[in-house]
Design a protein around this ligand. Sequence first.
Ligand code: GLN
Length: 303
Amino acid sequence: MDHLALLERIMSEVGPEIGRGRLADYIPALAQVDPRKFGFAVADLDGRVVGVGDWEEPFSLQSVAKVFGLALVVARDGERIWERVGREPSGNPFNSLVQLEHEHGIPRNPFINAGALVVTDRLLTLTGDARGALRTFLREESGNDEVDFDAVVASSEAEHGARNAALAYFMASHDNMDNPVQTVLEHYFWQSSLTMSCRDLALAGLFLACHGLRADGSRVLSSSDAKRINAIMLTCGTYDAAGEFAYRVGLPGKSGVGGGILAVMPGRGTLSVWSPGLDSRGNSVAGVAALDRFSTLTGWSVF
Ligand code: GLN
């Protein structure tokens, strides 16, 4: 079966899951999104992409952006980030404070909020403009110059950002912030508000499926670094549901509370899915179901 026919079949099979779950209402701007939205796209290593449903409609990237921030920092700075962030699954919610105290301000991994704040801080030091660097990167990788921030979401994040501020100030108390905390938070909130479609996201992630190379053969990351980022996506990309996601989908994946998920099949391609209803861990209910069906029907899995 070709990919488009497969995506159509899966969209109808997961129909009952679409609209289930809760919207990310802790950020009021995200609670306004239509819960019936569903988009699903697959891109191959040559940069061909097909999709179904709302796959060309931009949605709020949220934590999916954390993968791209990490890729930029690793590309520019190599291994240094690992002095300040761990690489272990947290087993705790994405915005949890509890481990930070036990681990002296060193976040468990770069894909929980605390870790992503440290990565943002480093990107700010390296570029002088973390949010701008990330937008440029995503525009280049997706080939879409219209990829942009959503100012309403960014200010909603900032207004309801007390917990992220607590994480950042706590890390600053352990000297794990180089830039002023308020500046890091601002860049982090803008990063979460980046808006992309499933189409853009599947294309933007291709270098992770292609051992660090773009479809045109130019390099973003070394093949070891691409492997490492995929490994962290597998173990930490869906927060405290990473074990369940690996069990069901068997692919490196990164989710966000906008309802998007990017999944990577090294050597084959990328999948991106969007449906805003979230499970209790903050992962898209219909999105995980669709990826589960895709990997089952095609055998796309790293296992
Ligand atoms: N907006 C988010 C935050 O609270 C991003 C979290 C997510 O997508 N899990 O930091």
